[in-house]
Design a protein. Structure first.
Length: 180
């Protein structure tokens, strides 16, 4: 894999550029360890792209089998949705894609479960009738259950970790392998 060094600011700008392309890009940015996690960032891991969901899920499962835990998160500042994929020891614990609830796997836990309980939703959000009042109430809660909130609870919220760690150097830009 060809990789080159970049700064935090240039890496963030690059990811923002490729995230707004029509097709998902294979460009990714790798961080040095942050609070014990190495982040790989880019739309290549875009759970909201249905054509990538199976590949990305398999990749996350494989990484978790090798490293113990692997997690993927998507948060849209433009309110385009939220997604997360959390795997441990080769097993998917939870996959949620707000735009495609039918792609959900596993049981809600942590902040997602607490928020569902607060709304009186005893099951899973993907089991709600899309046009029900309960589904509407749940969809309105994303400010309390963004992917960054789930990430912070389960690993690291990169929007906060980057600030906390000060100047981050040694970031890499690389091209991920093509989908098979």
């Amino acid at each position: 894999m060809d990789a080159r060094e970049t700064t935090w600011a240039d890496g963030v700008e690059l990811i923002d550029e490729v995230a707004h392309e029509e097709e998902p890009s294979s460009t990714v940015v790798l961080t040095p360890p942050m609070q014990g996690w190495t982040l790989v960032v880019g739309p290549y891991f875009g759970l909201p792209y249905p054509q990538q969901t199976v590949h990305v899920t398999d990749l996350c499962r494989e990484l978790s089998a090798q490293f113990g835990r692997a997690q993927l998160f998507f948060h849209s500042e433009q309110n385009d949705g939220e997604a997360w994929l959390i795997a441990e020891r080769g097993r998917i614990l939870r996959r949620w894609v707000s735009e495609y609830p039918e792609l959900a796997l596993g049981e809600p836990f942590g902040v997602e479960r607490r928020l569902l309980d607060a709304y009186g939703i005893t099951g899973k959000p993907e089991d709600l009738a899309p046009d029900s009042d309960l589904a509407g109430d749940w969809a309105a809660t994303w400010g309390d259950c963004w992917a960054t909130t789930v990430a912070e609870e389960n690993s690291v919220d990169p929007t906060k970790a980057a600030v906390d760690t000060g100047s981050i150097s040694g970031m890499l830009v690389a091209a991920a392998p093509p989908f098979e």
